[in-house]
Design a protein around this ligand. Structure first.
Ligand code: 5AD
Ligand code: SF4
Length: 481
């Protein structure tokens, strides 16, 4: 294959380097002259995989495309630009993306002018990029997590040249403010507070695909929250790979407790945040969460494993006992708090005993919910080099056992809601049953309920009549606000 000189190909090794240099902050968004209005009368389609950070990035991609004049397409079949915003956290994410890219061949054959592009975390991986370049010739544009802001120029280049456009940077990254955004929700919004991650858990690809930790300035974040409130948003979720480390890379002596408190003081109705890392969680943060009614009593606190040796090999920086200590401090200080977690089973060389320790921890903490995964080796990470004699069958059996344990405990937690009145922020009609409304409690429980005169964005008191493992049923119990 001919490698064109102006391609920038990803390099994971380079991406894992960290320097102490200052992060560049860019406050203005510029559209090159040859891209202005390039989308007039045209349409775009964005397909998003992965976490909330990717959802939020897709809102920026959509915002940029609409600034160029593109409208949203009804389907990929009618789009002039198709972007796939990818996730690299586990291997099955890659399989799904490749499947979707394969299905776009048809569209390209029918309309060779269509620009099919790949963005996001997977584009930061050399193996994936090589595969796409070799086997998916209909993908005309590849860019990564560090150059979303260049989309107008990249599209213009893709349209003007018959060559494929590949610009992926492995650099440490900047912070871009004021990029256009098209929010997909009208009442709930994602707010980035930081980018990247410096924790380098040994199984995780994120510090390579998203670069070094870069916190946004607190004033920029607060201004965004105030604006969202003014625009009628009722809930914000502060986003970062490790929100508790917010501010550690700034010179301003700021931390997440202060940011949370300041956000609460904007008066926005509901504040959520994710994801928390136990190592950076302080008592002060717990106190702030407890003190403000508009900070929701819901914490996503990844455990990963309940075994101290596995945790050490994962590079998580806490022992099982330390996790439990933090968990107890949270539960003690924040009444009615709900805690969810992430758990990986089958980390290299996880013994039966180590897995048992994870089950013990789940039983001791009685998590409200858990996102459970089988370990997936990510090329370029230290864990991918570790020996692993444990078979996939054993790992699958462990996952199943873990799921049945936490499901049963979670159902008990849900049952405790029966007969209680909860406040629900309404998303709209339920996906499964349009005659029923759905929304989330302060503790992030999905509620399906019946009621009249209710619209999306209302906060409604709901009397809970029945509990299931993943949702609650109820009836409206008072006026909306
Ligand atoms: N394999 C399996 N699960 C992983 N996660 C992150 N990396 C991997 C991996 N290589 C899980 C962790 C993390 C969540 C977002 O995804 O549990 O908290
Ligand atoms: Fe990955 Fe660990 Fe950073 Fe989370 S804290 S993004 S698991 S490296």
């Amino acid at each position: 294959m001919k490698l064109l000189k102006n391609w920038n190909l990803p390099d994971l090794r380079e991406a894992g380097k960290r320097t102490r240099g200052a992060v560049e902050r860019v406050d203005t968004f510029m559209i090159p002259a040859n891209a202005v209005n390039m989308g007039e009368g045209k349409h775009y389609w964005i397909s998003t995989y992965g976490c909330q950070a990717n959802e939020r990035d897709s809102e920026t991609l959509a915002g940029i495309l609409e600034t160029l004049g593109y409208g949203q397409a009804e389907s990929p079949e009618t789009a002039d630009v198709i972007l796939v915003n990818t996730c690299a956290i586990r291997e099955n994410a890659m399989d799904k993306v490749l499947g979707e890219l394969g299905s776009f061949k048809r569209i390209y054959n029918a309309r060779p002018d269509v620009i099919i592009g790949v963005a996001g975390c997977m584009a930061q991986e050399d193996e994936f990029v090589k595969r796409v370049l070799a086997h998916y010739p209909w993908v005309r544009l590849l860019f990564g997590t560090h150059n979303i802001q260049d989309l107008p120029a990249l599209l213009a280049e893709a349209m003007d040249s018959q060559e494929r456009v590949v610009h992926i940077y492995s650099r440490q990254g900047e912070v871009y403010e004021n990029l256009p955004v098209k929010r997909f929700g009208k009442h709930k919004a994602w707010v980035n507070i930081m980018y990247g991650c410096d924790k380098f858990c040994t199984y995780c690809i994120v510090p390579y695909t998203r670069g070094k930790q870069r916190s946004r300035r607190m004033d920029d974040i607060l201004e965004e929250v105030r604006q969202l409130k003014e625009d009628g948003y009722r809930e914000v979720t502060l986003l970062g790979q490790n929100v508790n480390a917010y501010g550690k890379d700034l010179d301003e002596g700021l931390d997440f407790a202060r940011l949370l408190e300041k956000t609460a003081q904007t008066g926005i109705e509901r504040i959520r945040f994710m994801t928390s890392h136990p190592w950076d969680f302080t008592q002060e943060m717990i106190d702030v969460i407890a003190r403000y009614d508009n900070i929701m009593p819901y914490i996503h606190l990844p455990l990963q494993s309940g075994d101290s040796d596995v945790l050490r090999r994962m590079g998580r920086r806490y022992s099982a006992e330390e996790y439990k200590g933090l968990f107890d401090a949270i539960v003690k200080r924040i009444p009615n708090v709900a805690v969810s977690t992430d758990i990986i089973v089958g980390f290299p060389n996880e013994s039966d005993e180590a897995f048992q320790h994870t089950l013990d921890m789940v039983k001791a903490c009685r998590f409200d919910s858990a996102f459970t995964f089988i370990y997936s080796p990510r090329p370029g990470t230290p864990a991918a080099e570790m020996e692993d004699p444990v078979s996939m069958d054993v790992k699958r059996a462990r996952l199943q056992e873990l799921n049945s344990v936490w499901n049963e405990l979670a159902l008990e937690k849900m049952k405790a809601y029966e007969g209680r009145i909860v406040q629900v922020l309404v998303d709209g009609p339920s996906k499964r049953n349009p005659g029923v409304l759905s929304g989330y409690t302060e503790t992030n429980k999905l509620v399906n309920f019946t009621g009249t005169g209710v619209k999306a964005g209302d906060i409604v008191p709901v009397y809970i009549t029945a509990a299931k493992t993943f949702s609650l049923d109820g009836e409206m119990a008072g006026p909306t606000r």
